[in-house]
Design a protein around this ligand. Structure first.
Ligand SMILES: Nc1ncnc2c1ncn2[C@@H]1O[C@H](COP(=O)(O)OP(=O)(O)OP(=O)(O)O)[C@@H](O)[C@H]1O
Length: 254
C-alpha cells in the first residue's frame, strides 16, 4: 500500500493580530514538494503578513509553519536556511553590482568564497543574466531586477522559494515571462514555489491554490476543482462567488 507523501510545507493554524486587526485567522494549508502553489488573495488578504511570519520579520503569535520538518517555533534557523524569499518590495542594493548583491547574500548564508563564485555563476546563467553580473542593479529594468532577486533567493539551494507579488509593477509581457520562468524552475529543477498574487491570470487550471480572503482560507483546491465545485466556468467567476459570499457574511468555503 502506498504511504501518503509528507508535504514539504505545513502551515498550521497560523494566526496574527496587529493592534485592532486580525490579519490571519487559523490559516492552514500544505504544499507538496516540487509544486507551483498559488496563494491567491486580494489586497489586504494577509499574504504579506504570512510572508513576514515565515521570514521571521514578525514573531509567531498563533500556530506554526514547518518546512522540511523544521518548525518556525522550534527550529527557526533551520527553517530560514530552507527558504528563499522574494519580497514584494525589492530589497536589492541599487548601487552595488548584480554580483555584489548576490555575494553579500551568500556571505549571510555562510557560503565559502569558492561556493559563492560557483553558485553566482550557476544562478545568473539560469536567469539568463550572466552577462549583467558586473552591472549596477540601478541600470537593470524591472523584469531583470526580479530575476536577480530570484537568483539571489536560490543561491543557498533552499527547498522552498517564496515570491510575494513578484510581478507587481511589471508590464504584461514581462509578468508572463517571469511566471513562466518560475514554473520552469519547478518542472526542471524541482524547486517548490509559493507564489502569492492577486492576479488570477497568473494561475493555471492544474495549480494548487490557497484562496485567502480577509485573513481566512476560503479554499484549498486546484484552480480546476474550484471551478467545478462552484459551478463556474472560470477561476475569476469562482473567486468572485467565494469572496462575495464572504462579504455578505455567508462564510461559504470549499
Ligand atoms: N502594521 C500593520 N498594522 C495594522 N494593520 C496592518 C499592518 N500591516 C498590515 N495590516 C493590515 O493587515 C491586513 C493584511 O495585510 P497584508 O499586507 O498582509 O495583506 P496582503 O494580502 O499582502 O495585501 P497587499 O497585497 O495589499 O500587501 C490588511 O487589512 C492590512 O491593512
Amino acid at each position: 500500500m502506498n504511504q501518503p507523501v509528507q508535504p514539504l510545507v505545513e502551515v498550521d493554524q497560523l494566526g496574527h493580530c496587529y493592534p485592532g486587526k486580525q490579519a490571519l485567522d487559523q490559516v492552514s494549508f500544505t504544499i507538496q514538494s516540487g509544486q507551483f502553489h498559488a496563494l491567491l488573495g486580494p489586497n489586504g488578504a494577509g499574504k504579506s503578513t504570512l510572508f513576514a511570519l515565515i521570514s521571521r520579520l514578525f514573531q509567531v503569535q498563533q500556530g506554526d509553519i514547518r518546512v522540511n520538518g523544521h518548525s518556525l517555533r522550534h527550529a527557526p534557523a533551520a527553517l530560514l536556511g530552507s527558504i528563499g524569499m522574494v519580497f514584494q518590495q525589492s530589497t536589492l542594493d541599487l548601487d552595488l553590482s548584480v554580483e555584489q548583491n548576490l555575494d553579500y547574500h551568500g556571505c549571510l548564508h555562510g557560503l565559502s568564497a569558492g561556493i559563492r563564485k560557483q553558485r553566482i555563476q550557476e544562478e545568473l546563467a539560469r536567469v539568463e543574466l550572466l552577462d549583467a553580473r558586473g552591472k549596477k542593479v540601478r541600470a537593470l529594468n524591472g523584469g531583470h531586477r526580479r530575476r536577480v532577486e530570484i537568483a539571489r533567493a536560490l543561491l543557498h539551494h533552499p527547498s522552498l522559494l517564496l515570491l510575494d507579488e513578484a510581478t507587481v509593477g511589471l508590464d504584461p509581457h514581462t509578468r508572463a515571462s517571469l511566471n513562466r520562468h518560475v514554473r520552469s524552475l519547478c518542472e526542471q529543477q524541482q524547486v517548490t514555489v509559493l507564489w502569492a498574487t492577486h492576479l488570477i491570470e497568473e494561475i493555471l487550471p492544474a495549480d494548487p491554490v490557497t484562496l485567502l480572503h480577509q485573513g481566512k482560507v476560503l479554499a484549498n483546491e486546484s484552480a480546476h476543482n474550484l471551478c467545478l465545485q462552484t459551478g463556474k466556468a472560470s477561476l475569476v467567476e469562482a473567486f468572485e462567488l467565494l469572496t462575495a459570499d464572504r462579504r455578505r457574511g455567508d462564510g461559504a468555503s470549499v
